[in-house]
Design a binder for this molecule. Sequence first.
Ligand SMILES: Cc1cc2nc3c(=O)[nH]c(=O)nc-3n(C[C@H](O)[C@H](O)[C@H](O)COP(=O)(O)OP(=O)(O)OC[C@H]3O[C@@H](n4cnc5c(N)ncnc54)[C@H](O)[C@@H]3O)c2cc1C
Length: 431
Amino acid sequence: MQTSFEAPPSPCPCAFSEPTSLPATCGASAFLAFMSIVEGVLKSQCELVDPLRCAPHAEHRSVFDFIVVGAGSGGSVVASRLSEIRRWNVLLLEAGGPEPTAAQAPAMYFNYHGSRIDWNFITEPEEGACLNMPERRCRWPRGKVMGGTSVLHGMMYVRGSPRDYDQWWAKDAGLGPEWAFRGVLPHFIRSEDNLEMADMDAGYHGQGGPLTVQRFPHRPPLADVLLAAGREMGVPTVSDLNGARGDPSKSRWLPTGEAFAIAQATVRNGSRLSLSRAYIRPALRRGWGNLRVKTGARVTKVIVSGGSARGVEYFSEEDGKVHSVYATKEVIVCAGAVQTPQLLMLSGIGPKEHLEEVGIPVVKDLPGVGSNLHNHVSAHVVFELPADVAMESGTSLGVESLAEYMATRTGPMSSTGLSQVFRALEFLLHH
Ligand SMILES: Cc1cc2nc3c(=O)[nH]c(=O)nc-3n(C[C@H](O)[C@H](O)[C@H](O)COP(=O)(O)OP(=O)(O)OC[C@H]3O[C@@H](n4cnc5c(N)ncnc54)[C@H](O)[C@@H]3O)c2cc1C
């Protein structure tokens, strides 16, 4: 699985086996045969194959300008953008491997949760959460793969709440106005390639960026039934979840939560657009050789000397050894909300008392590391539909939907089904 490379060749140049097979993600044996067919067919579609699978090895180097830890949503963007400066050498270290091909079909959204590309974290018991789970402990999916959690997630394109940016900025004296909503908005716009501009509010969206944004090509008829039910309750349907409606600087600010919508998604031609696919593959395709990616590389420590991060140690699955690499400019840790603080603490950066309690030598006493974690809840509601309604729901997968997907990248395989119906709870949380 592990490889280190500079520029990948064009897609599909080599035979490969999927380290995380789709049938293995299916508990029920009834689906095994179908999932084997799905996987076999998808693997023949070269544009869905992660080109990193066939990349040649690059020679070993130990000094770079920048080292980025984690090729997830954040790390993919950071490493790609840094490598736009051609004279800078950037190393991107990722614990997981290339993306599984079948994860590119949006309908397979849930399949890879709990698989080998998931870190498979389980939360500690909490008083007020996970009440229906054994020992009140929930699964917490996090991607261990190029693209990180953007390979496991639901693809809905929903930016952070504008009010959160404004409140963070207002509360933290160290932050400049570029961290308020009006400061981050130009970056959202720049990153976007929104293919449905006519439906979006003017001034909030962009085109030509690396992140293709559009609605899924398929929407089950039941989705429209849900929107109609919302309207019956007096909740309108809107088309833009990231526009003027949620902008507190507008005179008639309306929280997004007052509306239902079919969410836009980060999809391209009916397939998942992970952040690695959006940012890292194009950066490698430039062929400049200044961005190196090493997969199967789990960083175990940030090397600090003279009060600054100088490099990292990582365990390589390739040779089973621990290696050290150094950065002349910066080490940027993008290991996600769980593992960024974990790695900092393993490196001696964190709350002094806690580090001493677990026997880690304190390098820097930083009490905030590992605290103030916020997450949103996700409640799964399982319900039975009468057979005729279920048939009309247009979400069932079979040979026909597979053939449709192969031919036109549309149909039930090209969407997450009813998950694309969106209603924010912002209104309830803030009032
Ligand atoms: C079930 C689910 C559904 C979601 N749905 C949506 C959605 O529809 N829309 C949306 O916008 N967001 C969604 N999210 C949230 C979104 O996926 C995350 O907020 C985002 O991916 C986090 O990005 P990140 O860069 O912080 O972390 P990640 O994307 O998790 O990246 C961290 C990376 O670091 C790597 N890493 C960790 N530790 C190490 C180490 N020690 N050494 C080397 N590498 C390491 C990991 O393997 C991973 O690749 C969802 C999340 C979940 C769990």
